[in-house]
Each structure stands twice: as C-alpha cells, then as structure tokens.
Design a protein around this ligand. Structure first.
Ligand code: FBP
Length: 248
C-alpha cells in the first residue's frame, strides 16, 4: 500500500469534510480556511488529512503535500437525513491523480439504500487496491430501521460489514463503553478501527475518551471538530499523538 497511514499499527487522522456534511455552521473565521487545517495537520504531525476532492484540488500542492492525503469519495448534506444515501462523486483514479494515499467512503448501514452503498463501496475497494491505495469506511448506522446508532450490537455489525466488504480501516463513533468497544474491534477482524471525534467537548474529556478507545483496541482517531475548533489545536494534537503513538 502507498504511504502507510499507520505507524506501528496506530494512526492520528485529521478529518475536514464537515463543510460538506454539515455546512459552514461548524466553522469560524479561522477554521473556515482549508489552509489553516493543512497547517494544523503538518505542524501537528498528523498521519493523514481527510478532505473532499475539491479541497485537494485547490490546496494539495507544495508544502501541503507533506501530510498524507485521504480523499473522501462520497458525501451528503445535512438536508438529506431520513434514510440517507451518499454516492460517489469522485473516482479512485482522480483521487490517485490528486496525490491520495487512501480513499474514504461513508456507508449508512440500515438505511433503505444500504445495498446501493455496499455495491459502490465494494467496487471502490477493488479499484483502490488495484491503485495501491487503502480504503477507509466511515460506517454510520442511520435510517428509519436504526433505533439506536450507538447500540453495541449495531456498531459491531457495522464494523463487521465494513471488513467483509473489503475495508482496510473502519471509522466508527464511540458509544462510551470500553468493554463494548473491545467486542466491536474484534468484530472488525483485520480491518483497523479508528474512532470519530464527534461534537466539540471539553479537552480533558476528549483526552480521556482517546485513552479509553486505545485501551479497547482501537488503532487511533479520525477527528475533526475537537481539534480544529480548539483554541490550542497544536497542544491538543501533541497530547493525542502521545496517547495514540505511545510517546513519552
Ligand atoms: P468529527 O470528529 O468532527 O465528529 O468528524 C468526524 C466525522 O466522521 C467527519 O468526517 C464527518 O464529516 C462527520 O463526522 C459526520 O458526522 P455526522 O454524520 O454525525 O454529522
């Protein structure tokens, strides 16, 4: 695989696709600028930065290429919520030409449209592996049939399906239960589990969550708002790296 995103099996990934998924509502004067995020990714020594292809096209040049890139191939807006469907709008070939080391894709397990996303994701895995790129599945249980997207059985099912479809990495939300997360990680088999950050919370709470998920066997984080909404993103990033990469 090109440009391994995991060092000693662990990874700290910065996620910046929220402008697409949520709209600029998450942003302020600083973090609305993709260059601010690239600076955090590089100075904070992130193992990768995940963005949509348009951001890569405009910003992934020169110094910015010091951070390995994950290109998100699909995305939906917050207006499309009941039984979400998110389809590919960027090819693996184009992602590779923009310099991606990996591609990402969201599946809404439990949506009426899950079969459409399964089919598209499986073929993305084939293409990406032929190009030597890793594949990360954002696996989010959503839709009318999902009563509780944080239920352990549901998250374990999500992890399992991602692995069986061919994901190298599965990105899940944390349900706050360390023992449950151990089972979820086991259910993912050889696919590596990374945990999403979620809404911005107090820094110490976020660091404790990070320690918990690592102790449960997760391989790292793919975090956005908790870092780039922080007023000390580099100090926080250092702490996250220390926990995830087991640094002194
Ligand atoms: P955060 O750390 O900011 O929660 O980002 C993680 C992430 O997976 C993003 O990559 C994505 O845009 C967002 O969460 C989607 O979350 P949701 O579907 O819950 O709005």
């Amino acid at each position: 695989m090109k440009n391994e995103l995991f060092k000693n099996g662990r990874s700290l990934i910065l996620a910046y696709d929220q402008g697409f998924e949520h709209g600029p509502v998450d942003f302020n004067e600083l973090n609305v600028d993709p260059q601010y995020i690239f600076d955090i990714a590089i100075e904070g020594k992130y193992d990768a930065l995940a963005v949509q292809s348009g951001i890569a096209k405009h910003y992934y040049h020169g110094e910015n290429t010091r951070v390995p890139l994950i290109i998100k191939l699909n995305g939906k807006t917050r207006f499309d919520d009941k039984d979400p469907l998110s389809l590919k709008h960027c090819s693996v070939r184009y992602a590779a030409s923009l310099g991606a080391s990996a591609v990402g894709y969201t599946i809404y397990l439990g949506s009426l449209h899950e079969q459409t996303m399964f089919k598209e994701f499986a073929s993305i895995c084939e293409d990406a592996h032929n190009f030597g790129l890793s594949v990360i599945c954002w696996m989010y249980p959503r839709g009318e049939s999902i009563k509780d997207e944080f239920a352990t059985d549901t998250l374990a099912y999500a992890a399992r399906v991602a692995m069986e479809l061919g994901a190298d990495v599965v990105k899940l939300k944390y349900n706050g239960d360390v023992e449950a997360t151990k089972w979820i990680v086991k259910s993912a088999g050889k696919a590596k589990v990374v945990i999403a950050g979620g809404n911005k919370v107090d820094e110490s709470e976020f660091l404790n969550m990070t320690k918990d998920v690592i102790s449960a066997g997760a391989r790292g984080l793919a975090v956005g708002r908790n870092v780039w909404k922080s007023d000390r993103p580099l100090a926080l990033s250092r702490e996250l790296r220390r926990i995830i990469h087991n640094l002194k």
